[in-house]
Design a protein around this ligand. Structure first.
Ligand code: IPE
Ligand code: IPE
Ligand code: MG
Length: 248
């Protein structure tokens, strides 16, 4: 098999295990979240090097608001700090940053900063980097249903035209291909309300590596694992040559 044809176009990652990584070092959980920044940088660089077009990182779920207030506060401070410190380097590398999730749940200053960063990097072409924050897959689907209902009320959409395409195009990232590969670090084998709609046919790769230890070798291992998968999309093996899969 040709190596380039087996490269995922879109990788999504559940960056899990920061708290346990810190606990193993007798440190507070926030220490693990800070350490996770290096893994993010390595992963972005790995994707840029390999020519992977889209990377979607799960940074904070809609359920993570229920964590102790001190941890949420530390995460927000880290997030703001990362937006200030990392964006110039990302922009120079032609990375386009977008934020997906219930952004209104954040402070006005964070909302403003996210908006500025997304606008500032909007024309960059090398890598789409999507940060899922205050993100819940069910929330996204219910928002799309709400938008479709509003369009019906306005007379812009017929009920009989509500289908997968009509709902899908009312969600963020509808201009991007769905994830080919989901990586979850930290040893848990679950989706935790990540891209539920978009992951219908995503290949799943679970690793015990805790997120702060994730590096370009781990990324390569996941990409190689993906390259060995046969994506059948409901068909049978003999129907699914790589060429057919790529056009599916
Ligand atoms: C993932 O690491 C980061 C966030 C959810 C913000 P965790 O904080 O969930 O780390 P563990 O799973 O407790 O080790
Ligand atoms: C998923 O990790 C969310 C992020 C990595 C941002 P969690 O640690 O919140 O997931 P659960 O609670 O183990 O399912
Ligand atoms: Mg966790």
């Amino acid at each position: 098999m040709n190596a380039t044809s087996t490269l995922p176009c879109h990788i999504a990652i559940v960056m899990d295990g920061n708290g346990r990584w810190a606990r193993l070092r007798n440190q507070p959980r926030s220490f693990g979240h800070r350490a996770g920044k290096k893994a993010m940088r390595e992963t972005v660089e790995g994707c840029l090097r390999q020519g992977i077009g889209t990377l979607t990182l799960f940074a904070f779920s809609s359920e993570n608001w229920q964590r102790p207030e001190s941890e949420v506060r530390a995460l927000m401070a880290l997030f703001m700090n990362a937006l200030d410190k990392e964006v110039d380097a990302l922009h120079e590398q032609s990375v386009r940053l977008r934020f997906i999730g219930d952004l209104e749940a954040f402070s006005k200053s964070l909302q403003c900063r996210m908006h500025e960063v997304a606008t500032h990097t909007a024309k960059n072409k090398k890598l789409n980097l999507n940060l899922a924050v205050s993100y819940g897959g069910r929330w996204v689907i219910s928002q799309a249903a709400r938008r479709a209902a509003a369009d019906v009320v306005r007379g812009e959409l017929k009920i009989e035209d509500i289908d997968e395409v009509a709902l899908g195009c009312r969600m963020n990232l509808s201009d991007l291909p769905p994830p080919d590969l989901l990586i979850r670090t930290g040893g848990e084998h679950r989706i935790s309300n990540f891209l539920l709609w978009q992951m219908a046919y995503t290949e799943l790769h679970f690793t015990d590596t805790l997120w702060p230890d994730f590096d370009r070798h781990c990324l390569q291992k996941a990409v190689d694992d993906y390259g060995r998968r046969e994506r059948r999309y409901g068909r049978i093996g003999s129907q699914t040559t790589r060429r057919q899969q790529d056009s599916a």
